[in-house]
Design a protein around this ligand. Sequence first.
Ligand code: UT7
Length: 321
Amino acid sequence: MYSKIAGTGSQLPKRVVTNAELAKTVDTSDEWIVTRTGIKQRYLVSDGETNLDLAEGAARNAMDMAAVVASDIDFIIVGTTTPNQVFPNMGCLLQERLGAGECPALSLEAACTGFIYALSVADKFVTTGSSKCALVVGSETLSSIVDWTDRGTSVLFGDGAGAVIIKPSETPGIRSTHLSANGKYKDLLFLESGISNGFDNLKSGNDFVQMKGNEVFKVAVRTLGRIAKTALEHNNMTKEDLTWLVPHQANIRIIQAAAKMLDMPMEKVIQTVQDHGNTSAASVPLALDVGVRDGRIKPGDTVLLEAFGGGFTWGAALLDF
Ligand code: UT7
């Protein structure tokens, strides 16, 4: 028994912010951002838009593609680092918005790897027969925890959401998922505020995402190469078996390095970083949805999803679409 993606969806906020607009308020330039990151613009929430609004939009689009209605969904999992509130969890909030039944609903925090972690959990529920129609979402509004005066981080992030519906299938399907984490890197990428640490600094505008970009970059490249190899070896597959790479969209140079390690031409890599920036847990399902909806990713294609983020956490999913 496998689980298989039956539909994909995504949702971006209304407001687009270009590099030129950012350069009006922080000491940066379109040229620097494009050369160092590949990012040209990002979408940011405004006018009361929330993470839950984006998650709902992405979920509804995936449900439409999969031709399922809310009452069909029997498991909801949301990967997010920026939930609307501490609890109820985002899965419960989304369940209520969608009008789904009393299915298990949870959220999971694994920073930028949140969607791959969530997909892996949902895959286990489907392949063990506990779920027949699972909704998996990666959704973020990182703009709310970024220091908009810090040119080192503010130019990188964007808001958005992506979702998939997965169902049981006798043919692959998700062939395997691979998750890892190493907490010894906790000080390279983090946000300190929380229930125990307190929210005062966040509220007063003195706590934000902090990142040692250079060091994160190096570990990300190394780790993504390693997890791709693990996923291929686990399935007795070679690089040549892959039709598409859908990597986490943090930096075009990290994406290029990941593609190079797999000998994949950039035409076989779904790239959205130029349009979306780094949307954390939303980046992989957003990119997947773009590739599916523009007709590049087709039924039967073999796709490697991979992500890396704060923790550090990293993960991959190898699947036949
Ligand atoms: O999604 C989770 C994982 N996150 C990532 O994967 C992010 C990984 N890191 C990166 O993508 C890159 O390290 C960054 C894009 C964050 C930075 O790129 P870099 O090539 O590593 O630049 P750098 O930090 O070494 O900075 C180079 C120079 C510095 O100036 P000096 O010291 O050489 O004079 C920075 O102050 O660029 C300067 N700089 C900027 N200049 C203009 C840093 N940010 C900016 C900016 N605009 N926005």
